[in-house]
Design a protein around this ligand. Structure first.
Ligand code: PMP
Length: 411
């Protein structure tokens, strides 16, 4: 029995009642593209509307009542993020646009200050392009070297190979907690500890983990932890950099402007302490507040409940997919979350995606912004169903049936 009422949960998400038009005419939406983005519960939609109807103002800068309301809502959201990921202080939470901007912020501030010629940066073969390109750019600018932890044939990180890459030139290790392309859950705590053993910092990409498992940044001992609001039932355009306070305090700012300064003359500027130092200009106030509402919603269901329900659902989906002739699952690590990537012999991923779309079932097909890991498995693209806690076994059955029929129909 599920640890919560899935049907009640589904009623919280208006878009899940949506009937489709076009090629999937009349079919009810099945959303299996949760790794790309998640849907929003009514509580989040209502919170955004409430902000604009009753609280809208710029923050921090005025004596009037609405400024106080908006500031309280925004800083309240920061506190919710702090609690949700187990940070020790709200000052360790920086609001940005998403995981991509978060990693770029760290590379362009901490990285610019701490990575020099001959230094080494380590990423894994599993990374999303957002956790590759900024480090590659930094390495090129500084004359540093990017090194890559390989994975085994299941798509799991090879810790022994990682150990061999670490040395006194390693400055930072940037690795994902869950792979967006394969679903692999990496041994992130060990990865962080090993980075620290050579004096390097560790950045954890939590874009695909926070919505599926309990994250505690202090237990992980992560120096930086990043995620996107839109992948955890919150709005687009809002994301988070967590950084340990002493590290953030010593980091130079990235963008300059209002809000991030304590005092400005034409001769010099004194910056605010974190987090404001890293939040130049008017931020995405409403969507930060919306993210806070999303985290409250997840707390009400319980992230452990979500994780255990999704674990069973993924096992069920994997079992079903494996009955299909000609299917090859890409990514078979013992520990996985949400994602079941596959290719189907004799069909392009596009053809599989279109067959599913005709039945109202949304999956991502393509390279998932993670080309290196797909190439590691000899493919350029996969079909990638990715599950959330509002999905059901019936939806999985529909998906398996469509792919099964496609695989066994005479061409
Ligand atoms: N890292 C991972 C593991 C991701 O899955 C994603 C989004 N697909 C990102 C980073 C980038 O997130 P965003 O596009 O929201 O900035």
């Amino acid at each position: 029995r599920p640890p919560f009422d899935v049907n009640a949960v589904r009623r919280d998400f208006p878009i899940l009642q949506e009937r489709l038009s076009g090629k999937s005419s009349g079919k009810q939406l099945v959303w299996f593209d949760n790794a790309a983005t998640t849907h929003k519960p009514q509580a989040v939609i209502d919170r955004l509307a409430y902000f604009y109807a009753h609280e809208n103002s710029n923050i921090h800068r005025a004596a009037h009542e609405l400024a106080a309301r908006a500031t309280d809502a925004y800083e309240g959201a920061r506190d919710k993020v702090k609690r949700f990921i187990g940070a020790s202080s709200s000052d360790e939470i920086i609001f940005v646009r998403g995981a991509t901007e978060a990693i770029n912020l760290v590379a362009k501030t901490w990285g610019a200050q701490n990575v020099g010629e001959g230094d080494e940066i380590i990423v894994s073969n599993l990374e999303h392009h957002a956790n590759i390109v900024p480090w590659q750019q930094l390495a090129a600018a500084k004359g540093a070297k990017l090194r890559v932890i390989p994975v085994d044939d299941t798509g799991q990180i090879l810790l022994d190979e990682y150990r061999k890459l670490l040395n006194d030139k390693t400055r930072i290790v940037a690795v994902t907690q869950v792979s967006n392309a394969l679903g692999t859950v990496t041994p992130i705590k060990d990865i962080v500890a090993l980075a620290h053993s050579v004096g390097a910092k560790a950045l954890v990409d939590g874009a695909q983990s926070v919505s599926h498992m309990r994250v505690n940044v202090q237990q992980l001992d992560a120096d930086f932890f990043v995620f996107s609001g839109h992948k955890i039932f919150g709005p687009t355009g809002i994301g988070v950099v967590y950084g340990k306070r002493d590290i953030l305090e010593n980091m130079p700012p990235w963008q300059g402007g209002g809000n991030m300064i304590a005092d400005v003359t034409f001769e010099r500027t004194i910056y605010q302490p974190p987090p404001n130092r890293f939040e130049a200009g008017t931020g995405n106030i409403a969507d930060a507040v919306g993210l806070g509402a999303a985290l409250d919603y997840v707390d009400r269901i319980g992230i452990e409940n979500i994780g255990s329900y999704e674990h069973d659902l993924l096992a069920y989906a994997t079992q079903g997919l494996l009955t299909i002739p000609g299917i090859r699952l890409i990514g078979t690590a013992a520990e996985k979350a949400s994602v079941a990537s596959f290719v189907l012999k004799g069909f392009t991923t596009q053809e599989v995606g279109e067959a599913l779309n005709r039945e109202g079932i949304a999956v991502r097909t393509g390279h998932h912004c993670a080309q290196p890991i797909l190439r590691r498995f000899g493919v350029e693209q996969t079909v990638r169903p990715s599950l959330a806690f509002y999905n059901t076994c019936e939806e999985v059955d529909r998906m398996v049936q469509v792919v099964y029929r496609l695989a066994t129909a005479r061409r």
